[in-house]
Design a protein around this ligand. Structure first.
Ligand code: C2E
Ligand code: CA
Ligand code: CA
Ligand code: CA
Length: 278
């Protein structure tokens, strides 16, 4: 056995290891799954706190696997990014989201849809054009779509991420910065991106309950975002206390298990959530 770094031993030098084989098998499975339409979206309502009305839904991907059942994105997004499959998957997500919104429109429902976008998707030269033509082919107003991006796309110097977001913003789409407060949380990024909303990360909301519902970080983030003209959305609301705090702190929109878990399209069509009172 040859000695590898950090005192570990490698028994096979150049052959495939188990992880490589797993990765290869999974990549094959991805393409088959796409062809067989095994990827589905679940929808989690976003509630405007002033009116307690559902204004839209975040689309969250799941893999409906014939043997393994429902597979959550934490199990496959990273790998899909590593293999490049995220690009095809991203277009599938957009197609499914548009299809669902077109159905809502046919029912007279005006809700928005928020879709998660990987930084790699924003590296595609035709990204913004293709998003707009997809919306057009479903007869949808660009203002009904919100893209959730993370600050990683600002750090992607070679990419045209910012230009894409600027042209989409100009066309009327909403752009929100996801997971704010989780990473570098650079306030400077806020001004570099053509944002309409700031989404406060769940980790900051969770802490609210442990700090006697007072968080200078959350409240000052809300104040700053508003001064920059952004709407603030909080994710991961699980308790009434968190909701009351956020409302008082001036948060505009909230999302979390307190209101609803992400729902399947069937659940959504049968039991559309209306939040008239708390
Ligand atoms: P995210 O964008 O931060 O999405 C929020 C996650 O928190 C979702 O997990 C959602 O189900 C969960 N969540 C919502 N409310 C609550 C709550 O009150 N409590 C707790 N504990 N969790 C809550 P999910 O659906 O498993 O998605 C995980 C991540 O996978 C997402 O995090 C997002 O980064 C990624 N993802 C999901 N769908 C897509 C997609 O279509 N494309 C890409 N690129 N990434 C996606
Ligand atoms: Ca998100
Ligand atoms: Ca998050
Ligand atoms: Ca995330």
């Amino acid at each position: 056995a040859k000695q590898a770094g950090r005192g570990q031993y490698r028994f096979f030098d150049s052959s495939l290891n188990v992880a490589d084989i797993e990765e290869f098998v999974l990549e094959q499975a991805f393409s088959a799954a796409l062809e067989e339409r095994q990827f589905v979206l679940h929808y989690q309502p976003q509630v405007r706190l002033e009116s307690m009305q559902v204004i839209g839904y975040e689309a969250l991907i799941r893999w409906q696997h014939p043997e393994f059942g429902l597979v959550y994105p934490d199990r496959f997004i990273t790998l899909a990014e590593r293999s490049g499959f995220i690009l095809s998957l991203g277009w599938e997500v957009l197609r499914l989201a548009c299809e669902e919104m077109a159905f809502w429109r046919s029912q007279g429902i005006k809700a928005q849809m928020a879709v998660n976008v990987s930084p790699l998707q924003l590296r595609q030269a035709d990204f913004s054009d293709r998003v707009l033509s997809e919306l057009e082919s479903y007869g949808l107003d660009p203002a009904c779509l919100e893209l959730e991006v993370t600050e990683t796309c600002v750090l992607d110097a070679e990419g045209q991420a910012i230009e894409h977001l600027q042209s989409l913003r100009k066309a009327g789409l909403h752009i929100s910065l996801d997971d704010f407060g989780q990473g570098y949380a650079g306030f400077s990024h806020l001004q570099m991106l053509p944002l309409t909303r700031l989404k406060i990360d769940r980790s900051l909301i969770t802490k609210l309950s442990n700090t006697h519902n007072d968080s200078p970080i959350v409240s000052s983030t809300i104040i700053l975002a508003k001064r920059l003209g952004l709407e603030v959305i909080a994710e991961g609301i699980e308790t009434r206390e968190q909701l009351v705090y956020l409302r008082l702190a001036g948060c505009d929109i909230a999302q979390g298990y307190y209101f609803s878990r992400p729902m399947t399209a069937d659940q959504l069509h049968k039991y559309p959530p209306f939040m008239d009172s708390m």
